[in-house]
Ligand binder design. Sequence first.
Ligand SMILES: Cc1cc2nc3c(=O)[nH]c(=O)nc-3n(C[C@H](O)[C@H](O)[C@H](O)COP(=O)(O)OP(=O)(O)OC[C@H]3O[C@@H](n4cnc5c(N)ncnc54)[C@H](O)[C@@H]3O)c2cc1C
Length: 414
Amino acid sequence: MEARSIDVAVLGGGAAGLMAAIRARRHGASVDLLEKNRRCGAKILISGGGRCNLTTTREGPALLASFRGAQAAFLKPSFAALSPQRLRAFFEEHGVETVEEELEKVFPAADRASVVLDALLAAAEAAGVVIHTQCAVQAIEQAEGGFRIRHAGGEVLARRVILATGGKSWPKAGTTGDGYAFARTLGHTVTRLFPALAPLHTPDLVWRALSGLTLTTCAVSVEEADGTLLRFERPVLFTHEGLSGPGPMDVSGTVEARGGATVSIDLLPAIAEQDLDALLAERARKGVPHVDGLLPDGIPQRLRPVLLQRAGIASGTRAGELPREARRALSSILKRLEFKIPKSLGFDQAEVTRGGVALDEVNPRSLESLIVPGFHVVGEVLDIDGPIGGFNFQAAFATGWAAGDAVARALHSA
Ligand SMILES: Cc1cc2nc3c(=O)[nH]c(=O)nc-3n(C[C@H](O)[C@H](O)[C@H](O)COP(=O)(O)OP(=O)(O)OC[C@H]3O[C@@H](n4cnc5c(N)ncnc54)[C@H](O)[C@@H]3O)c2cc1C
């Protein structure tokens, strides 16, 4: 049987692939989307606790500053083509009203991730994208006039390819990192891969005993290998394995990349350490009987004995008898409660992959490879990972959008 011949093959039917396919087809290209799973969009459905935090309210420089290192400059043209506001407008045009929530997150008003996926599938169908599910791509090679793609059901010939196979996090959703091998075969560099946005593991049983405790107003920080401090004012949840919640998950990629790191929690981000020390001294002077009563009201009861113990202060010590050094040690611990974290809970529980197809080998405007003309790379398979808060979908949708437009432009001008 002769291989089917098309303009564009999109490999992977997640956020990036679906958006790329819709855009390319709307510009008139014939598009086949090949998806390994029985359905497209497995990660859309499980995202945001089944509610899909599809983007953020951050725009412009603040949006770009949310991405580390070279990622910001790379994403600039994609976000110029599809900003968070424009993405929300796209979904509203397709019947999905969106709402803003805390931490600048945007969700569908219907509170169900399925409305996001249904809108994308309806848009793809209306445009005329041909979707092949249960169609795992096995190999890609350059061929006369484009690419030959071998998949579970045979072969397809495409003038251009958009690689949108995602990362290797949460492999039970079908993302087992296949795309990295395809990119390598075509000559691309894949940077080291680490789990990111994963809960943190701590061997220290003192912390695990606090399982269930949540800190809502705190800041979590870690140092990057180059000394840059990453700091997130976001909640923390103590679990029986360690630390979870947005703050710890946001620093997990760096913990992994450094092979373990010290993570620090600032329990009172609104007050400077010096002012805190003065406040504790004032409380002691005002006649709080015991040192336990010195701690500011927002500090949870369950955490108090651990903090005192870490500061080397016996519970029940009379506040007025607390030496200045001990009081300073307590202020310091309240501002920098340190955890030696050896690792995260790994790819199985990571929401994204840090690392991927090297950004300096891809044109940021067209997402086209600088090594293999006609080969475009979008979404999480790229060396892109953002923090929690809709940034990863925003990056996937925007790179998909820009690549879809670019392939159509290239085909028209050919
Ligand atoms: C539990 C969880 C919750 C999350 N919540 C959020 C959230 O609320 N907000 C947010 O911004 N981000 C969230 N993320 C991250 C987000 O899901 C990803 O950043 C996003 O899905 C990346 O989109 P993508 O299209 O690049 O890749 P994916 O969505 O991973 O899509 C890749 C697709 O390619 C297919 N594929 C893989 N290999 C092959 C192959 N060989 N042949 C054919 N098809 C293949 C896969 O089956 C998959 O459908 C969450 C992730 C997880 C795991």
